[in-house]
Unconditional design. Structure first.
Length: 81
């Protein structure tokens, strides 16, 4: 293993779309839902430590080692009742 986490040993198999970066036309709530579930899967992963080491100091564009990427764009304003 040279510089890579072994994705073939973790929960990414058959669920990679959950971990993907935000699609251009994807609703923010849908992204949050996917990334939340991906991060939960990471918590059960047998290679979480290796993935964490591999991604240390990296700007994330997808869920990696249980960490979700920073949200892009401006923060939403709270809607007043």
């Amino acid at each position: 293993m040279t510089g890579q986490a072994r994705r073939d040993q973790g929960p990414v198999i058959d669920r990679s779309a959950l971990f993907d970066e935000t699609a251009v036309d994807e609703e923010p709530d849908d992204v949050d839902f996917r990334h939340h579930h991906a991060a939960q899967l990471c918590a059960t992963c047998p290679v979480l430590d290796r993935c964490s080491e591999w991604s240390e100091g990296t700007k994330l564009h997808m869920v990696t080692a249980g960490r979700t990427p920073a949200k892009s764009g401006r923060p939403r304003r709270a809607v007043e009742p």
